[in-house]
Design a protein around this ligand. Structure first.
Ligand code: AMP
Ligand code: MN
Ligand code: MN
Ligand code: MN
Length: 293
């Protein structure tokens, strides 16, 4: 029987809603065998997640989802199997977290001008982990009834050209790959379909990514359509990238996205976990279950 891999997920350490232990338990109960915790710009949840994974008997892969500015776009690169005590990686992530604090203050200033006071303090109530992000502002705005749900609050306040939007000044693609490689990890392009790039632009990104030492791209991300999977598997093949798969789970409040339900990667692609680069890194960083049930 093949293992259920889910290589993209979030905890309350970034903008998810479950603690790392709760997330691991939920993954286990949902039939996930190998889980990567990939919080935004921090690895702080991995120690707790690793302990819980060993306790319940699933494999926990070290992960992080890095915020990147590429040309004028914000994209996300997932780092897997990195050594978390690497200074180059940690310094890089720490710079991004500092930018997040500056950006949060700036978002609050702009919301204030738009007639919404105290958003910084309001968002901080929800940002109990290691980073502050737009989701924390979203939760505050919903609490104050400026919008009904996540979808609406982003659309009305937190995206480009809306009152609470501040341009990201994230890591360069080059630095991101440098940090992940310095820590001995492998880089994966997160949710490529979500950028809504033209074929030409996506090809440019994947080409640059591969050139810089990138290894894989998510071919199955979230709850994709068959067409999306087909399209992304073709891109992966053309660009000679391995295929990854992840739910991007943020918590049970997103009722339409369940863990343990990920579709399989098409046979035409090579899953990242079947490549020798994966098995060569595995013994060093995987948190092996204490008891295999
Ligand atoms: P940030 O990195 O702080 O700019 O926030 C990005 C995060 O916001 C993503 O990882 C998602 O969790 C969330 N997000 C972005 N766009 C939306 C949206 N339209 N609806 C709901 N959540 C979103
Ligand atoms: Mn998120
Ligand atoms: Mn993302
Ligand atoms: Mn994510």
């Amino acid at each position: 029987m093949s293992l259920h891999y889910d290589l993209h997920s979030h905890s309350i350490i970034s903008d998810g809603s479950l603690s790392p232990s709760e997330l691991v338990r939920h993954a286990h109960q949902s039939g996930v065998d190998v889980l990567a915790l990939t919080d935004h710009d921090t690895t702080d949840g991995l120690a707790e997640a690793g302990l819980e994974a060993a306790r319940v008997g699933i494999s926990l892969i070290n992960g992080v989802e890095i915020s990147v500015s590429w040309n004028k776009y914000t994209i996300h690169i997932v780092g897997l199997l990195a050594q978390v005590d690497n200074e180059i990686l940690q310094q890089g992530l720490s710079g991004l977290r500092e930018f997040r604090i500056w950006r949060a203050q700036e978002i609050a200033k702009r919301l204030h001008k738009a007639g919404i006071p105290d958003a910084y303090e309001g968002a901080q109530v929800y940002a109990t982990g290691s980073i502050i992000g737009r989701v924390h502002f979203a939760k505050f705005l919903i609490e104050k009834e400026y919008a009904r749900d996540m979808r609406e609050v982003f659309k009305r306040f937190l995206v480009h050209n809306k009152p609470g939007y501040v341009n990201g000044q994230w890591a360069s693609l080059e630095d991101t790959l440098r940090w992940i490689k310095a820590a001995g990890g492998i880089a994966v392009v997160a949710h490529p379909a979500r950028y809504r790039f033209t074929a030409t632009k996506l090809k440019l990104l994947l080409g640059e990514f591969k050139e810089l030492g990138g290894v894989a791209m998510e071919v199955v991300s979230g709850n994709p359509t068959r067409d999306e999977i087909e399209h992304m598997s073709k891109r992966a093949q053309t660009q000679h990238l391995l295929a990854s798969r992840g739910s991007d789970y943020h918590g049970p409040e997103n009722a339409w996205l369940k863990m343990g339900r990920l579709q399989t990667i098409p046979a035409s692609c090579q899953p990242v976990w079947e490549h020798e680069v994966w098995s060569s890194l595995l013994p060093a960083v995987i948190q092996q279950p204490a008891v295999v049930l």
